[in-house]
Design a protein around this ligand. Structure first.
Ligand code: SF4
Length: 387
């Protein structure tokens, strides 16, 4: 494959972080918490609107290409809050005609019942946290739903939204390659246009980390990854990023903004943003603690904890790290226009030659990308290219 993609300068994406969950999953290292009392939905809506006004002042009027409600479990937000955020984004920035508005949801019955209200509020894509179709695995992952609930949630999503994604986690301890293969083949029949397929990773600070849980051994995990690529490719949902598969044309616009070095504003506790492009790029981090974030927004109109100018070299490294995750890789033209230097000059020349010779990386006039073999070892490859 050599049709390499360039980032789009005009896209501005909006990320909205809702930190609350009904229970903390043992593998989760996101900024999510179980609330000690019911969130005051009106207060949260006001706080989001304040931050949007603040960021509008910073970035100016730029039509929004995508809005993503993530968390946490944003499907436990009030639909009115979701509607108010979409309306405010439209009033302040304007929405592109084909704007993608995604909300993450869990497959529990209450949240599935709320999907229609989110659609009425303007959401046009849902991402369901299925994680597994196997009840035993769901129990191990600390999830509150069953495989049957997941199938029902996906059927409901299909009847309401033109586009939907769901997530699965594989390479669980003791999971065999055959078990994963069967689960994946069943998952494909559920009609999503996009599937995010993640290997279990044990992150510091999580309950699994404290319990010394280990994912499937490296060899099995690598075989499961290869089988995943084969099955998804054969079913016309190839990977367009390491863990993300879509029917052509159904790739997540929001994620592509992250991976292609685009601009995004992040509102809500712990949200990150990147505004400005190339050498003028700035990283923003909102206060992570929900109560402190709310209090700061109430006094200052925004809860930004840290604003940091990103130096050009760091910006280049970010582009390499995220761009090589995409199957199409990094476009030469876009990269060289943005950074006023050749792709080759940004990379370690010996490692580039070596990795190309090993057929782990391809570099040509269109740009640079990892090969099928390279994608399995991507972290190590990126580290070497940036030495
Ligand atoms: S529902 Fe999602 S965000 Fe919440 S604890 Fe579980 S994995 Fe984390």
């Amino acid at each position: 494959m050599n049709n390499t993609t360039d980032n789009k300068d005009n896209d501005l994406a909006l990320y909205v972080h809702w930190p609350w969950c009904k229970a903390k999953c043992p593998y989760c290292d996101f900024n999510s918490k179980v609330p000690t009392q019911t969130p005051d939905h009106a207060q949260w809506a006001d706080a989001y609107v304040s931050e949007m006004k603040y960021f509008h002042e910073l970035v100016g009027k730029r039509p929004i290409s995508s809005i993503f409600f993530g968390g946490g479990t944003p499907s436990t937000m009030a639909a009115e809050t979701v509607g108010r955020i979409i309306e405010t984004a439209s009033d302040l920035w304007g929405l592109q005609d084909n704007v993608e508005i995604t909300i993450e949801a869990n497959p529990t019955s209450v949240e599935v019942a709320a999907l229609k209200d989110f659609a009425k509020a303007g959401v046009n894509r849902v991402s369901i946290g299925v994680q597994s179709l196997n009840d035993e695995n769901l129990k191990f992952l600390g999830r509150e739903h069953s495989g049957r609930d997941a199938v029902h949630a996906l059927e409901t999503a299909a009847s309401i939204f033109p586009r939907f994604n769901f997530d699965l986690i594989y390479a669980l301890p003791g999971q065999s390659v055959g078990e994963w293969q069967n689960e994946l083949l069943k998952a494909i029949t559920l009609g999503a246009d996009h599937m995010s397929l993640y290997q279990l990773s044990i992150e510091p600070g999580t309950a699994f980390f404290k319990q010394n849980v280990s994912p499937a051994d490296e060899d099995s995990a690598a075989t499961m990854f290869e089988i995943t690529q084969e099955i998804m490719g054969a079913n016309k949902m190839p990977a367009y990023e390491i863990s993300n598969h879509a029917r052509p044309g159904f790739e997540s616009r929001h994620n592509m903004v992250y991976w292609q070095g685009g601009e995004y504003v992040g509102i809500g506790p712990g949200a990150h943003g990147r505004i400005g492009l190339r050498a003028a790029r700035t990283a923003l981090h909102q206060i992570a603690d929900p109560a402190r974030w709310l209090a700061r927004v109430a006094t200052d109109g925004h809860g930004t904890a840290k604003t940091k100018a990103i130096e050009t070299r760091q910006s280049i490294e970010e582009r390499i790290m995220t761009g090589l995750r995409i199957t199409n890789g990094i476009g030469r033209k876009g990269f060289e226009t943005d950074f006023k230097q050749t792709l080759e000059s940004a990379l370690n020349p010996e490692q580039l030659a070596h990795l190309t010779q090993l057929n782990l990386i391809e570099i040509d006039e269109a740009g640079i990308r990892a090969t099928d073999d390279g994608r399995i070892k991507l972290n190590a490859i990126i580290e070497r290219l940036l030495e």
